[in-house]
Design a protein around this ligand. Sequence first.
Ligand code: FAD
Length: 527
Amino acid sequence: MTVTPTIAVVGSGPIGSTYARLLLEALPDARVIMFEAGPQVTPRPGESVRNLTDPDEKARAREMSQGPQAGQYRDALGILAGAVVEGMFTARQGTHLLDFGGEGSAHAPAFPAAAAATNVGGQGAHWTCAIPRPAFSEKLDFIADDEWEDLISTAEDLLHKQSAAFSDSPVGAAIRTLLDREFAAELPEGYGVSTLPVAGDPQPDGTMRWAGADTVLGPLIEPGTDTAARFELRDLTLVRRIEHDGAHVRGVVVEDLRTREESFVEADAVVVAADAFRSPQLLWASGIRPAPLGRYLTEHHVVISTVALDAERMSALVSDAELETELARRATNPADPVAAVNRIPFSEPDHPYSAQIMYAETPPFPLPVDHPAARNRWGYVNMGFGTRKFPRVEDGATFSDDELDYRGMPNFTIEYALTERENAEIAEATARLRRAGQALGTFIAEPRLLPNGSSLHFMGTMRAGTDPATSVADPFSRVWGFDNLVVGGNALIPTANTMNPTLTSVAIAVRGARRLADALRAPAPGA
Ligand code: FAD
């Protein structure tokens, strides 16, 4: 190993950024080169696109993140194949469907809504920033509680956690009161109705500056800092292959998507944080193919609906003056429609669901003007109940040696099915969603289960664990059998998890980065 180690990080989302930051801070001589297949879409690398106030800039940044579905920007992004299909249905803004239907598209009829983002900051430039902690069986059983507490608190600091965002909203508080009346008696102590922790920085005018990979990178992107001098981010650079001898990696083969030139970059360690499908794809392309790779795919399924808040119940809890003040404050930031976020966390044994209840002044879809709930002065809530998917080896991606995707990487097919166990929990979650809705007002959208893949939280495809037969990575995120190849991201979460996973994945990455830094630390002189 060299005295000034070079670490190659694949992917510029929150997880790759966690590795870059912690390694450079822990190793004063190290260099990190971060490779990102997508373009930089915000002036500050990896910033949340939600922070852009100009609607045209925001739309442009989102479209440029959409890889094969990036419309007019596609040709500039180095997409090899993928004919644009007329009437192609696209994913959520800023993301592109894996199974987008054109040439070079993945095959995922059983997981149709699965999507990714290809841009500096990854999905973390488009995310909602909810960062609840995992609880009970959602946690990783091979990490002791005291270490976990330290890891998760470090992750919260990296993401600028705010547990009190919108907590001063009287409407948000009234929503909590109504939900509490309905559910408190059946929820365990400490797991009742509460505000949802989010990642970002409240601004003096009451708005939020949402966190992205830029927040995690911190000093690495501040000109003039010591760590910035040792950090290099190469956008529009696709990592095609990891070079290795079966136990040790030597570096990565990268393609500059602007020039189409391929080159080899030597590295003392490689961190792959390129999302839950493209990380295993890269390992596969590199001939690293442990049996669990790509398997044990889970997400949390989501039952959603929208409710118009009940004027009588709300006005008993919120005065007219309080409502007017809240609406006036909200009017200062019409581009960011979410005004308060509440939740009912996962708890066992009786509430294995993670409910998110977002207050907004306008419904997420247009209501006919003569609809009784149109222009409801008290506003609306969008609710989602997340449910478990129990890991099974049958669910997951199978990679092909014969068929290439739109980037010339091994294409993949996703197999996935809900079983009776999951369907029973989805039915129970739907019943609870109905109770929540009835407690708050009138349904304007009936509860419905979103199609498979909709959560955008894909887990399990590179599980961390203690048994190489059922996991890709060891408890410190090293690929089994390798001493300097580390993986990161939601793919490492081995449990049946019902909620937003990024905080958990950052905590796992903190553990992996600390161990990798120890391994890379040059021996003291004379040692
Ligand atoms: P990503 O952010 O996906 O980044 C991976 C990067 O790797 C991508 O930019 C990709 O282009 C790049 N890459 C892939 N292959 C290669 C290659 N071969 N070479 C070079 N680069 C490559 N999570 C939450 O916890 N809470 C939320 O509220 C939440 N809301 C969300 C809302 C939306 C609309 C979306 C899209 C996501 C949301 N998420 C949320 C998910 C969250 O954004 C992800 O969990 C998080 O971004 C994962 O981080 P990551 O670094 O592992 O991967």
